[in-house]
Design a protein around this ligand. Structure first.
Ligand SMILES: Nc1ncnc2c1ncn2[C@@H]1O[C@H](COP(=O)(O)OP(=O)(O)OP(=O)(O)O)[C@@H](O)[C@H]1O
Ligand SMILES: [Mg+2]
Length: 236
């Protein structure tokens, strides 16, 4: 269970999140929606330890993450696929995967973990020795996701996994997320601007508006109600 209580994140004078409380049951998927600047990435960064100091409490599986560094959180099983395809661009595909594996929980041996990635995304196997900066956008997104899953995470944080991708790649990426979550039982928190896509891919949804939770509920309820007006109002 991910439990967030009264989370406030500031960057100097800018308050990115104000008194956010939410929880996500273990093994389920939560979507965090909201407009540009709503605080989605800040929420994920606070959880993975990349947002610096925050006020409030973040617990995962009963453990307070507050005293843990980003590296300790990664070893504990929190994997964060950052927005903007953050990779080591001069390193090869395989070197990126090896580094990621090293910082994770090392649930399976390295070779077996690499083989699993290449079985899932054969194109990454074909390009294993290529500098990853030379991959296409879709291939880079496959790699950044694989760098997160190769850590054997307990909690997977995905920041806008569909951003800038062709529809067919988006479908492939979401099928992968779904299959990985089912097979591993990992808890997933993903952010998206594309509300429909994220609602279909999740159990719970939270809509952030200017750093606070404006709406929350079961994703299926939002879809059934056709809560489009409600959602778009929250985006303003
Ligand atoms: N490192 C930083 N320094 C200063 N302000 C920041 C920093 N990172 C984010 N902010 C500000 O915090 C607020 C929330 O930003 P955040 O990146 O969390 O939003 P977001 O919902 O992820 O937006 P987007 O959809 O554009 O990715 C914004 O006003 C942003 O300008
Ligand atoms: Mg963002």
């Amino acid at each position: 269970m991910l439990e967030i209580e009264h989370l406030t994140v500031r960057y100097g004078a800018i308050q990115a999140l104000a008194d956010v409380s939410l929880s996500v049951p273990s093994g389920s998927k939560a979507a965090v929606l909201g407009a540009n600047g709503a605080g989605k990435s800040s929420l994920l960064r606070a959880i993975s330890g990349l947002a610096g100091d925050y006020a409030g409490r973040i617990r995962f599986d009963g453990r307070d993450l507050g005293p843990m560094s980003a590296t300790e959180r990664s070893r504990f099983g929190i994997a964060h696929a950052m927005e903007g395809r953050r990779l080591f661009r001069q390193l090869t595909v395989q070197e990126n995967l090896e580094l990621a594996w090293n910082f994770g929980r090392r649930g399976a041996p390295l070779r077996a973990s690499l083989d699993e990635v290449y079985a899932r995304f054969p194109i990454l196997g074909d390009r294993a020795n290529l500098a990853c900066g030379l991959l296409s956008g879709g291939q880079q997104q496959m790699l950044i996701l694989s760098c997160a899953t190769i850590r054997s995470p307990r909690l997977l944080l995905l920041d806008e996994p569909s951003l800038g991708l062709a529809p067919i790649i988006v479908t492939q990426i979401y099928e992968f997320i779904d299959a990985f979550a089912r097979a591993s039982g990992v808890t997933v928190v993903l952010t998206e601007q594309m509300a429909m896509l994220a609602l279909k891919a999740s159990h719970h949804a939270f809509v952030l508006r200017r750093g606070t939770v404006a709406l929350r509920g079961a994703s299926a309820d939002f879809l059934e109600r056709g809560a489009f007006a409600e959602l778009s109002a929250a985006y303003l």
